[in-house]
Design a protein around this ligand. Structure first.
Ligand code: TXA
Ligand code: MG
Length: 331
């Protein structure tokens, strides 16, 4: 499912022109698709909020071409930030730092911090590098979905949801295949002394702690706002329940004649009495589970079910990002 087509330089050049004219481009990244705009262009950035239906006080991540961009967007950068960027960039880790004056308040939702990320997806990398120029211009890019809905892990999700003008809201969708990881980047706050974890992702807490050599606790209540931390984020329209492997067949039976969609291991699916409107066999490996998670949630949500039952995945630390997103989908 994760074939990345070769980068189409003609499409990239076209996307750069659209962005320079203040337009909106859906951009593939290794995590999820982002809705890109020129971070220096206030009206372009504000139009991403409008397209998503997202409150304008929610800060956006600035996507940059490389480590050298950090000092163009942030100041008082602590040594831990350089260490992490060297280790994990390009890749699915977002650093929250004190912002420089150059970074507009339209990007940060009025806060004095900026979130920076350098994606590794070849299309995103080509696009941002071509756009960057001598002033290290960056692209704001929230996940390319309507606010509160499931994040898109392939171009088709965006075509269905936000769409392209004139019927839809975007100027262009760059189709770079399906996303390798399928779950939004890990976010670490480095703007307030001791680093804290703002959002779980593929770069796990254990990986961060190993690189830094000390514990990285969850961000507390005084942490900067992050919409991914809202309880009901990443929600399908259909009510979703997380159920243990042992309890799932009985819960399914309780639903009686109501249409139910299920995602579970093969063993649990075999134990169901009756037929779900959709049965998805959950990938057993963490990488596959994460990569397919949003696509699977989209499919479950479209199945015409009254309820979605999902088998609770392993509760070990390496599954934290998956459990975090599923927990929010069920909230
Ligand atoms: O993997 C990702 O990070 C994807 C791809 C497209 O790069 N982007 C993404 O963006 O997930 P978004 O906007 O859907 O989620 C970014 C989260 C939001 O919850 C936002 O509130 C938070 O990051 N955020 C952005 N800037 C922040 C800041 N300065 N301080 C704290 N949180 C911030
Ligand atoms: Mg999002």
């Amino acid at each position: 499912m994760t074939q990345t087509p070769p980068v189409d330089e003609v499409r990239i050049a076209e996307a750069v022109r659209v962005l320079e004219a203040g337009g909106l481009v859906a951009m593939p990244t290794e995590t999820v698709y982002g809705l890109a705009a020129d971070a220096d262009n206030e009206s372009a950035v504000l139009s991403t909020y409008a397209a998503k239906g997202r409150p304008a006080d929610h800060p956006l991540i600035v996507h940059v071409a490389g480590i050298d961009a950090i000092s163009h967007w942030a100041e008082d950068v602590p040594p831990e930030a350089w260490l992490l960027a060297k280790k994990y960039w390009p890749g699915p880790l977002t650093l929250v730092l004190k912002k420089k004056a150059r970074c507009g308040l339209w990007v940060t939702g009025g806060q004095d911090t900026v979130a920076l990320r350098c994606p590794s997806h070849p299309w995103a990398h080509a696009l941002i590098s071509a756009f960057s120029g001598p002033t290290w211009r960056g692209l704001t890019a929230p996940s390319a979905n309507t606010f509160g809905r499931i994040s898109p892990s392939c171009a088709a999700h965006i075509a269905e949801d936000l769409g392209v003008k004139p019927e839809g809201k975007l100027d262009m969708i760059l189709d770079g295949g399906s996303c390798e990881f399928g779950i939004e980047s890990t976010m670490i706050n480095l703007s307030q002394g001791r680093p804290t974890l703002l959002r779980h992702g593929v770069v796990t807490r254990e990986m961060l702690e190993e690189t830094l050599g000390f514990a990285v606790p969850d961000a507390g209540k005084d942490a900067p706002r992050a919409s991914g931390r809202l309880k009901s984020h990443y929600a399908p329209r259909t009510k979703l329940e997380l159920v243990s492997a042992e309890a799932l067949p009985a819960r399914f039976a309780e639903m009686g004649a109501a249409p139910v969609a299920v995602m579970a291991s093969g063993e649990v699916l075999d134990r169901l009495e009756g037929t779900p409107v959709l049965a998805i066999k959950a990938p057993a490996d963490l990488h596959g589970y994460g990569r397919d998670l949003y696509e699977n949630l989209h499919r479950l949500d479209r199945a015409g079910a009254e309820r979605i039952l999902v088998e609770l995945p392993p509760q070990s630390p390496d599954w934290a990002a998956v459990n975090d997103r599923l927990g929010r989908a069920a909230a």
